[in-house]
Design a protein around this ligand. Sequence first.
Ligand SMILES: *[C@@H]1O[C@H](CO)[C@@H](O)[C@H](O)[C@H]1NC(C)=O
Length: 227
Amino acid sequence: MSACNTLAFIGILVLASYVAHATDPTQLQDFCVGINDPNGAVFVNGLFCKNPLEAKPEDFFFEGLNIPGSTINRVGANVTLVSAAQLPGLNTLGISIARIDFAPFGGLNPPHFHPRATEILTVIEGTLYVGFVTSNMPNDGNKFFERLLKPGDVFVFPQGLIHFQLNVGKTPAVAFAALSSQNPGVTTIANAVFGAKPPISVDVLSKAFQLDPVVVKHLQSLFWMSP
Ligand SMILES: *[C@@H]1O[C@H](CO)[C@@H](O)[C@H](O)[C@H]1NC(C)=O
């Protein structure tokens, strides 16, 4: 390649990378409905910023993540999330943290995904069986990745993929998760599908899940909670 061609080639690469980065801004909430009348609009995606001169150490501080959440509920788990809503200093920083407690013998953080974050999980106590499923792959369907975790083990759940954690031990389990958004969001699959309000049409769900409409109606009548 001549020097001139090489330069042109580098130029094209630089241009291509510039174009690739000229994307829309990352969402910081589920939606931000467009509005034509500027008088009724809020020009922000996330939270307003405090005057930096008025920021205090407390704005960057949260306490209590040493306290277990109660796991006396239907799934036997409890997620204590520290996002920008709980720790205002996280606004715009693209990170948050959660403590997850699991009851012995089957406490479950049920299948869910985070629309805006990858999650990296560290087990502190107990034994967790965890897994995630890929999006639809061209020839391979949905690939499942699973693993048994002990204290000190770290596992990553890529952004937007369905994942879960189950306590398979005889003792309570505790894990901490870091998430790559100030507001990761969570969609619990069963709740979103069978607990949507108003309910999704029985025709849609019975066909999609290959279930008798009676079973769909039963599932829709149940109480769906997320930990
Ligand atoms: C999680 O634990 C907290 C603190 O014990 C409790 O207030 C909350 O109701 C629990 N959430 C669930 C879903 O059980």
